[in-house]
Design a protein around this ligand. Structure first.
Ligand SMILES: Cc1cc2nc3c(=O)[nH]c(=O)nc-3n(C[C@H](O)[C@H](O)[C@H](O)COP(=O)(O)OP(=O)(O)OC[C@H]3O[C@@H](n4cnc5c(N)ncnc54)[C@H](O)[C@@H]3O)c2cc1C
Length: 358
């Protein structure tokens, strides 16, 4: 399925001319239409760079995911001209209350300030924000988002990167770009192809995550119940949605917990009538916290050479930001990446022009 006004099939995407003229090249190929890839696409669109986003899925991910965003995220959305639309799907200044097993609040995080001009903690519903970001790309004729298109492999040629993708008909195609940026999540294909390892260890925990509409509790803020037998979280989200997360115990299986009866049993700890809960989405997820060892593998320092960059995993964990922080301090990973890509592309065209001069 192809979504969005600017979406194209892989066959329609720009291709290099056989004489090697760079005109047909895509400036930037982004792998992954999650929030990181789509934000970067909006930024590059603003710069007028030709950008193609390839997304393996048939549509945006819709299972329960992010619920809390900070002021820096809003600053980034302001920079790409989408903050007003995005704020319609946020609740500002959400408190986090940490509760003992007996129901006493022993700690509370109460953000009230505006150091960067925006509320410091905002509840949100990720699928709604991702949709705004996708719609945002349609403002730019230079940006294409291709669904059902999986990156399989890529290689650096002399003057560009050649990417092999499988399109929605199952055909293998090649896209040619000046830069490829991996925004393909924690299990990033780009990271694996580049043989970039995760550093350190992760103390993973599994959680059943449930979003309910027509919030039966209708109380604001987020409550983290530190109950040794089963910790759980419940929080108010925008549009009358309630998020509940329950830790999975070592002897429990996903299958038994995710049946309607299993979900009802869990929700019984939170809701007066769990059988009446209007569940929108639910899923078991395993929480990991890890950093990729490198973000720009084997990149040569000359701006004339094409580069391959990897922005995988959580936006916070994107090491590109650290690599680029010396250049544009205070910027987000995506805006730093967009800034650097634009600078490199400008330098590349200057140097190509100089080489053409007699
Ligand atoms: C339950 C839960 C709660 C969370 N809570 C929060 C929170 O409160 N705050 C917060 O900031 N974050 C939260 N997160 C994390 C947040 O969801 C992720 O950090 C965020 O989605 C990462 O964005 P991304 O764009 O880097 O990757 P993703 O959103 O994972 O997107 C990557 C995309 O790449 C695509 N892809 C992968 N491989 C390929 C390939 N080979 N070819 C083409 N496409 C490919 C995938 O299909 C996917 O659409 C939560 C996550 C979960 C699961």
């Amino acid at each position: 399925m192809v979504l969005g006004r600017t979406s194209v099939t892989a066959a329609q995407a720009p291709r290099p001319r056989s004489d090697g003229d760079a005109e047909g090249l895509i400036d930037v190929l982004i792998v992954g239409a999650g929030p990181v890839g789509l934000t970067l696409a909006n930024q590059l669109g603003g710069y007028g760079l030709s950008t193609v986003v390839v997304e393996r899925g048939a549509s945006l991910i819709d299972y329960p995911r992010g619920v809390g965003m900070d002021d820096e995220s809003l600053r980034v959305f302001q920079a790409i001209g989408l903050v007003d639309e995005i704020r319609q799907h946020t609740t500002p200044d959400q408190y986090l209350r940490f509760m003992t097993a007996k129901g006493r609040c022993f700690a509370s995080v109460e953000p009230k300030t505006r150091e960067f001009g925006w509320p410091r903690r905002n509840a949100f519903v990720q699928p709604l924000i991702d949709k705004v970001l996708l719609r945002g790309t349609t403002r730019f004729s230079s940006v294409k988002v291709i669904f059902n298109c999986e990156l399989l492999d890529f290689a650096q040629e002399l003057d560009h990167v050649r990417a092999e993708v499988r399109d929605d008909t199952g055909k293998i195609r090649h896209l040619h770009c000046r830069f490829i940026v991996g925004c393909d999540g924690g299990r990033s294909t780009v990271r694996k192809i580049l043989n970039i390892a995760f550093e350190g260890k992760t103390d993973s925990t599994r959680w059943v995550v449930i979003d309910i509409q027509n919030d039966p509790l209708a109380i604001p803020d987020a409550y983290l119940h530190c109950i040794p037998s089963r910790p759980y979280v419940t929080m108010a989200l925008p549009h009358g949605i309630r998020r509940c997360e329950f830790m999975v115990l070592s002897d429990e299986t996903d299958e038994e917990l995710c049946t309607p009866q299993g979900l009802q049993k869990l929700l019984g700890a939170v809701l007066p009538k769990p059988e009446a809960a209007d569940v929108i989405r639910s899923r078991v997820y395993t929480h990991h916290a890890r950093l990729a060892a490198r973000s720009v593998p084997g990149a040569r320092s000359s701006p004339e050479t094409p580069r391959i960059s990897c922005q995988s995993g959580r936006a916070r964990a994107i090491t590109v930001a650290y690599a680029m922080s010396a250049i544009s301090p205070g910027n987000s990973p995506q805006s730093s990446a967009a800034w650097l890509l634009r600078a490199c592309l400008k330098a590349m065209s200057r140097s190509a022009a100089a080489m053409r001069r007699p």
